[in-house]
Design a protein around this ligand. Structure first.
Ligand code: ATP
Length: 492
């Protein structure tokens, strides 16, 4: 059983073994940006692949997409991000530190607030905020805060070389909008029919006010999002379906049940258009051993497609008028609903509607951190501490390490041959340096499920020692059977 481990242990293992480094470290580092090293790049790729396999490959009703990060600014106007994607912040008058007001702790609590949701800026801004008893997390001053104000979370950039043709664009703060913007394209170019989903994995950017806890909250991160389109009236069933599917995905990949839970959003937390929202939370080992969002599953109704239809109306000449989003009349709105380009005609029931959307939205980096934390274990073995990452075999960066026991007696030749034979099927690693016990320990720290050692007996009976990571048990398997053995054990 992995114990609750301090994040520092994970951070240090990640650096030492090449999972994750601070970005731009040679220049002192860039806050909240991280690079994945050789083992980390494999791990993260395996997390992505596991998501894609479960959400796209294994389903007949879901297709994939890979959109550009830069999109037409109208996308963010219509989605609401351009005006509303902001956090309410305050500046400490004593030390000038800017903090999200929902992250401020009360003087009496003593502990930093761990609540992490982005607030609904419209409702929050309208509320009275009494900060007189709140503590600045930087200098501990109490109640010395300025007026709360909105802090925009989207990064801006310029497209075009010359001042007169330059256009201000935003780096996408979520991948979802690229899916909505391609809804019609996918309908027209494939055979999908509602109910169906479009999935995407890609980078997103948010100029977060405060970043936190290693790769948990960063300003550049990767999301894995699914927009599942269904008929109004069937949305509640699909919502339940996706809630369970996504929860089970983490369990199937080895997350321990006691570290995973659902948290339903309170009605006042919900965005005005959302019918329901639940977070899949993981018990992360920071703060006071805290439950934090891993993934959100939301019933977004028909809000997004409707908004983009409104956006399109302001840009195109379809139907009669042009205008800005707020000028669209109820009549036009009704017309769009029944004829608009983002509506769907259900051939079977002969009815047209704008599909409802169920959105499971996961963080690739955040779940990678959860998999790392959950897999991390330390145990006493023969008077020494063994650190081991008990990854699910599908996630393990290296599936098998191949060692010659010693660098002589023909062992390296046999080991290299085995390595060459396996590497086309599994991510393998060849190592002939140092005592074999130390080589095992290094692979334990990398989370490698199997080590295969060519030793003196190999030449006699064609068997190799197979050492299993978790139990450390050793058995002898015929070298010709190794590929089939690994395939079965690793379920690959
Ligand atoms: P939070 O409240 O934690 O900022 P959110 O509710 O705004 O997150 P969503 O917009 O629902 O997050 O994003 C979906 C998922 O994307 C989150 O569950 C999380 O896994 C991931 N994610 C969001 N923001 C970040 C970030 N700054 N760094 C890393 N992952 C993130």
């Amino acid at each position: 059983m992995a114990k609750l481990t301090k994040l520092d242990d994970i951070v240090s293992l990640c650096k030492r073994r090449g999972f994750i480094y601070q970005s731009s470290e040679i220049y002192g580092g860039l806050a909240s940006c991280y690079d994945y090293g050789p083992l980390g790049a494999e791990l993260k790729r395996n997390v992505r692949d596991a998501w894609w396999k479960a959400v796209v490959q294994m389903r007949d009703d879901i297709v994939g997409l890979d959109c550009s990060i830069l999109m037409h600014p109208m996308v963010w106007k219509a989605s609401g991000h351009a005006d509303k994607f902001a956090d309410l912040v305050t500046v400490c008058k004593k030390c000038n530190t800017r903090t999200r007001i929902d992250h401020l702790a009360d003087k009496s609590d003593g502990d930093a607030a761990e609540h992490t949701e982005h607030v609904n800026i419209e409702t929050e801004a309208a509320k009275e905020h009494d900060l007189s008893n709140k503590v600045c997390p930087a200098c501990q001053a109490v109640g010395k805060f300025g007026e709360p104000m909105a802090f925009k979370l989207m990064f801006e950039t310029q497209m075009g070389a010359n001042a007169d043709d330059q256009m201000t664009l935003w780096l996408r703060p979520e991948t979802a909008q690229g899916i909505f913007a391609n809804f019609r394209n996918v309908l027209d170019s494939t055979r999908v029919k509602v109910p169906f989903g479009i999935a995407q994995i890609g980078k997103s950017f948010r100029n977060e006010v405060t970043t936190k806890a290693f790769i948990f909250r960063t300003r550049e991160f990767e999301q894995a999002e699914l927009e599942f389109f269904c008929a109004p009236g069937t949305d509640e069933d699909w919502y339940e379906h996706w809630k369970q599917q996504r929860f089970n995905w983490y369990l199937d990949l080895g997350i321990q049940k006691e570290n995973l839970r659902f948290r339903d959003h309170d009605p006042d937390e919900l965005a005005h258009y959302a019918k329901a929202c639940v977070d899949v939370e993981y018990k992360f080992p920071f703060g006071s051993g805290d439950w934090q969002e891993l993934e959100g599953v939301a019933n977004r109704t028909d809000y997004d497609l409707r908004q983009h239809q409104r956006g399109m109306r302001t840009m195109n000449d379809w139907f009669e008028s042009k205008g800005d989003l707020s000028k669209i009349t109820l009549k036009e709105e009704a017309e769009d609903y029944h004829k608009g380009p983002l509506s769907f005609f259900d051939e079977q029931n002969k009815e047209r509607f704008i599909p409802y959307v169920i959105e499971p939205s996961a963080g690739v980096d955040r779940s990678t951190l959860a998999f790392l934390v959950d897999a991390y274990d330390e145990e006493e073995v023969k008077g020494a501490t063994r650190s081991v990452l008990r990854f699910h075999p599908h996630l393990a960066p290296i599936k098998a390490a191949i060692f010659p026991l010693v660098k002589k007696d023909g062992m390296p030749e046999i080991a290299t041959k085995l390595y060459d034979d396996l590497k086309g099927n599994f991510a393998c690693f060849y190592d002939q340096k140092g005592a074999v016990g130390r080589r095992y320990r290094r692979q334990d720290e990398a989370g490698t499920p199997y080590c295969l050692t060519i030793d003196g007996q190999t030449k006699e009976d064609n068997t190799v020692t197979v050492r299993e990571r978790d139990s450390m048990e050793q058995s002898r398997i015929n070298i010709d059977q190794i590929k089939a053995y690994l395939r079965e054990k690793l379920d690959l």
